[in-house]
Design a protein around this ligand. Structure first.
Ligand code: UD1
Ligand code: CA
Length: 465
């Protein structure tokens, strides 16, 4: 069976953080995740990740998703692959793809096309290459008239070799049985005293085996990050690629400023995204919506014709024809049904908001089931937490909740009922009733005139006026 070994032992010293380099994120996902995804998309479910620096972080991330091997000391890419020999020996029939966990843009098409060439050429090893404008730092591909003769590292290269623009991406197909043999023959006799995986090519050729190179037409396959600026460049490349994909599907952008859309997100045609908008996780937005400025949607499903302005929504569902914002927080477990209007400074948590309901301003609705065509007045609060436990409120269809109503949960308002402004509701209110909770309004005529007169007399006495 064909399989993959991903090298992920590197530290990334210049990142200045105790995180293995492949775990740094590009567009919200660890670089390792991008590489795993490409292997899986290429139909390679048998994968071994070689860990090293802060191995536990990678092991915890992977769980039982694939095998791992541990490299105790970083002695080079060849040495790293040697740690996976027990994994390779479990299945020596097919070919093994070796790739770097910190070069996220390897794609499944490149993997598959390179395999075709590898098989057709009956190669022991096929290196995936790319032609780049700035080859500095990469291994250079040494071509001959009828193939390749090897790879030379930047630090070992002559001035003439350094002019070569075709570089080693760090990904290779090996015939598995040959890989095991070749690994046994590499040494660390070079300027860096490392076991170079790249030496396998010259060794294969010397032993009469075939070696080839597949030049990918995706120059990004080589891109990696050595520092935070490099990571920023990867993020920018990934971000723009996603934005281009959405635009090709009919999503409108007048400006890309601050718009970050992760890979799992789907957006319908005719929807416009305004600056400062971030969409993460499993988020779906329908057609003809306006999202932004400044929205953050995470694992949220949005219908068609929805307007969101300065809204943060997490793990929730917003149906078609809803308008929300500005300055609204929709917390996990909420379902905003169609035609709802939510205005400024409203927080919704773990609640159902029925069709056509209006919550125009300044309200907190938590752990509640709100019916259809309800009007929630300004300042309404569902008092869902008594300091010990959370309880739910239910509000019936067509209810009219007056301004500054407190609903002390658990409590329910019947359908078509009213609460007067300022009412604190502590017991259930039946259908069609009015709940009113007011002290008697007292009026003290001339109160402030008397108060000022007193104040004036006092200050005249102590001479301050
Ligand atoms: C390597 C290649 C170079 C290629 C480049 C592409 C060698 C000798 N050189 O160079 O030709 O152009 O990748 O990016 O292979 N790793 C380990 N353990 C180690 C050493 C490395 O796990 O002991 C991992 C790293 O975490 C990384 C990958 O292997 O994911 C590549 O290692 P790196 O040190 O970046 O290789 P380069 O010297 O850049
Ligand atoms: Ca590198």
């Amino acid at each position: 069976m064909n399989q993959a070994v991903i090298l992920a032992g590197g530290q990334g010293k210049r990142m200045h953080a105790p995180i293995p380099k492949p775990m740094f994120r590009v567009l919200g996902e660890p670089m390792l995740e991008w590489v795993l995804g490409a292997c899986e998309a290429a139909g390679l479910p048998r994968i071994c990740v070689v860990t090293g620096y802060e191995a536990k972080q990678i092991e915890d991330y992977l769980g039982d998703r694939c095998a791992t091997a541990y490299q105790a000391e970083r002695l080079g890419t060849g040495h790293a692959v040697m740690q996976a020999i027990p994994f390779l020996e479990e299945d020596t029939d097919g070919s093994t793809l070796v790739l770097c966990g910190d070069a996220p843009f390897i794609d499944s098409e490149t993997i598959q096309e390179a395999l075709k060439l590898h098989i057709a050429g009956e190669n022991a090893v096929t290196v995936i290459t790319a032609k780049v404008a700035e080859p500095f730092g990469y291994g250079r591909i040494l071509r001959t008239e009828n193939g390749i003769s090897g790879i030379v590292e930047e630090k070992d290269a002559t001035d003439v070799q350094r002019q070569i623009r075709e570089i080693n991406s760090g990904c290779y197909w090996f015939r598995t049985a040959d890989l095991i043999t070749l690994l046994g023959r590499i040494t660390n006799e070079n300027n860096q005293h490392e076991y170079y995986l790249t030496d396998t090519i010259a060794i294969a050729l010397e032993s009469g085996l075939r070696a080839g190179a597949y030049c990918s037409d995706n120059p990004n396959v080589v891109l990696g990050a050595n520092d935070r600026q490099g990571l920023l460049r990867l993020n920018e490349a990934a971000r723009m690629a996603e934005l281009r994909r959405h635009m090709a599907n009919g999503v409108g952008l007048v400006c890309t400023d601050g718009i970050i859309i992760e890979r799992g997100v789907e957006i319908g045609a005719g929807t416009e995204i305004l600056p400062g908008t971030i969409m993460r996780g499993k988020t779906t937005v329908g057609e003809n919506c306006t999202v932004g400025p400044n929205c953050l949607l995470e694992n949220t499903t949005v219908g068609d014709n929805v307007q969101l302005n300065t809204v943060q929504a997490y793990d929730s569902v917003i149906d078609s024809g809803v308008t929300v914002g500005p300055f609204v927080h929709i917390r996990p477990g909420s379902h905003i049904h169609s035609g709802v209007h939510i205005g400024d400074f409203v927080e919704i948590k773990n609640s159902e908001i029925g069709e056509g309901t209006a919550i125009a301003h300044l309200a907190y609705i938590g752990d509640s089931d709100v019916g259809r065509r309800v009007n929630i007045g300004c300042g309404t609060v569902t008092v869902n937490f008594d300091g010990v436990k959370k309880s739910r409120c239910t509000i019936g269809d067509h209810a009219f909740v007056g301004c500054n109503t407190n609903l002390i949960a658990p409590v329910s308002l019947g359908k078509d009922c009213y609460t007067a402004a300022g009412t604190t509701v502590t017991t259930d209110i039946p259908d069609y009733a009015l709940a009113i909770d007011r002290g008697v309004l007292q009026i003290k005529e001339g109160y402030s005139l008397r108060k000022y007169a007193k104040k004036k007399a006092a200050s005249e006495e102590d001479g301050t006026v």
